[in-house]
Structures are given as C-alpha cells and as structure tokens.
Design a protein around this ligand. Structure first.
Ligand code: ZN
Ligand code: ZN
Length: 336
C-alpha cells in the first residue's frame, strides 16, 4: 500500500479549526502537488497483498471458527492488537501527526508512529501527506479519495464513487501527495523519519506481537498461530476497512451538523470501531480539535486516550474548540 519513495518538505495548509472557505483554486494547483509513484507495479502488488491476503485469512479464520477452534484467547489477541494499532492510526497518525491536536514527547511520538505503521496503511509520512491533501481539496478536484469527484451520475456513479473512495484509489492512482509539499514538518523530524524508513519492520512487529501474545496466553505454538491469524490478518482486514470507511461512508452517509463546504458526515454507528473518527463532519469543521466527538454523547475513545495522557502529564497543549466558536461556526444544526 505504500506509494511513498523519497521526499523532503511541506507546509500543511489544512491546519485550522474553522470551517474551510472553499476559495482556493483547485484543479490548477493539484497538478503541482503530487509526485509520480516510483515503482507502480511493485506498489500495486504490495497493495494487493496487504488488502487481499487478510480477507482470505479471515475466510480461514471463519472456517476454523465454525469448526469450534476459536478460543477466547484469540479474541483477546484480536481486541488488544486492534485497539493498540487503531490508537496508533487515530491518535498517532491522524490527531498528533497530521493535525497537531496535542503535543507529546519524542518517545511517545515514535511509539504512536510505530503503532500506526503496524496497520499496514503505508509509511507514516505518506499517510499524513495524503490525508492533509484530502483536507485541502476535500470532495473537489485534487482530493485523493473523494466519492464525489468525476464518478458519473445515478446510482452506478454513486457506487463507483464509493468504491473509488473506499479502496479503488489505493490501486488506481499513479500519483501521490508530495511529502515535500504536505509533510515538511515530519520530514524534518528525525524520530518520524526513522519510523517512516523502517515501516516494514513495524508491520512485521505487528504480526510478531499477536503471535507472541497467543503463545503467552495458551502456552502453545498453535495458540500463537491462531493469535497471528486473528491479531494479524483479521485485525489488518478489520482496521483497513474501518479506516477506508471514513473516506467512503463518512463522505456519503450520515448527518452534516456543520456547513464545511464538502460532503463530510457524522456516522454514529461507526464511532466505536473507528475510535471516534466517524464524527467526520465535526472533524472537517474543526480539524485540529483533539476531540472529534464534540457532543456530550458522541463516543470518542481516541479523545479519551489523549485526555488520559494529559492527566498523566504525557500530553500537553491539547487543542480545544472554544464553545463560542462552536456556536458561531455556521452550524446547519448543533451536534446532539
Ligand atoms: Zn474527510
Ligand atoms: Zn483529518
């Protein structure tokens, strides 16, 4: 899934906590903001492996499950690895590194980046650059994964758009956001550069961990192998599609409490599996806010993790939305 090769700089124009005014020229500037994929065939094969093998293994897992071979230890391994790696993506890749929603130590920055890398969604700097570009051009020409751009009319166009936004863009695009334009700060960060260069190592560590945990919980190599199946392959599959759903479903279905100038939506039922990321319209309205669940009952476990880090002195300078701005940011209707 990696489309990244070598890069060097950026300025992140996404970084603001107000609804984006869609005034900047888009199609003309988009061309100069991407770079070609250096090894397109290798990239597509890698993408095929990391997105295709896990569902095949899920089939294997279901087969074994139906045979009565699934044990509670496997489910513990699945939940633990899903949560740890998921936090790496939502708290680390997204809120800390893409949007700078809070600050933390270099060590924790590195740990979050390594955990997120284990998701096999691409090296951290490419991930961040792509997501910042998504915010800059959201649902307009230049957005890497909008379900609304150039997909045709009618329900077939809608389906084509959803497929493209969900997973098609991973295989189709021959260009990616230029990290020198979109991730200059991370390219200048030695900790993040190290984690980025050693991406494959973290993916492997993300497979070794559930194997080890399975062995530890069951005392057998077979337990390690089923742990690898559930905490490795099934976890990658589930987390991939939770992440992809933000790009597809959360720009298509759900409520739009804020007028953000794009099609971002809040999708409540996805809040738990996505760690609160599915309050996506809130997020497009206030991108730097450490909380995406802005309403009292909007579940946001990633925000709870960040708040927990703050309470223990491990995170600071959390970006909070001034309640007055919530009221004055042209909401279509207030979050419930
Ligand atoms: Zn979005
Ligand atoms: Zn974002």
């Amino acid at each position: 899934m990696s489309k990244r090769m070598h890069a060097t700089s950026t300025g992140a124009s996404h970084d603001r906590a107000v609804p984006r005014a869609r005034t900047e020229p888009r199609s003309s500037s988009a061309v100069s903001e991407v770079r070609p994929v250096t090894f397109p065939l290798v990239d597509r094969v890698a993408s095929g492996v990391v997105t295709g093998v896990p569902p095949l293994m899920l089939g294997v897992a279901i087969w074994f499950g139906w045979g009565g071979v699934v044990h509670w230890q496997d489910l513990v391994v699945l939940v633990v690895t899903y949560e740890l790696v998921g936090i790496g993506v939502t708290v680390g890749f997204h809120r800390l590194l893409t949007h700078r929603s809070f600050k933390t130590s270099p060590l924790l920055r590195g740990i979050f980046a390594a955990l997120g890398s284990a998701a096999a969604e691409g090296p951290v700097i490419e991930w961040v650059a792509t997501h910042r570009k998504h915010h800059r051009f959201s649902d307009a020409e230049g957005d890497p994964h909008s379900p609304h751009v150039g997909r045709g009319a009618g329900w077939t166009g809608a389906l084509r758009g959803l497929f493209h936004a969900h997973i098609g863009w991973v295989f189709r695009d021959a260009e990616v956001a230029d990290e020198r334009r979109y991730a200059k700060d991370l390219l200048a960060d030695p900790v993040i550069r190290f984690v980025d260069k050693t991406f494959v190592l973290w993916v492997i560590a993300g497979l070794a961990f559930p194997f080890g945990l399975g062995v530890a919980l069951t005392g057998s190599v077979i337990g390690g192998l089923t742990g690898l199946l559930w905490g490795g392959a099934v976890r990658i599959f589930l987390l991939h599609h939770a992440t992809f759903s933000i790009n597809s479903l959360c720009h298509f279905f759900g409520k739009r409490p804020y007028e953000t100038g794009d099609e971002s939506r809040n999708l409540a039922w996805l809040a738990l599996p996505t760690g609160g990321e599915s309050w996506h319209n809130n997020h497009h309205a206030f991108p730097t806010s450490y909380r995406h669940g802005l309403g009292r009952w909007q579940l946001d476990t990633s925000a709870a993790v960040i708040r927990g880090l703050e309470l223990t002195g491990l995170a600071w300078d959390l970006v909070r939305v001034d309640p007055a701005r919530l009221r004055t940011s042209a909401p279509v209707r207030p979050p419930s």
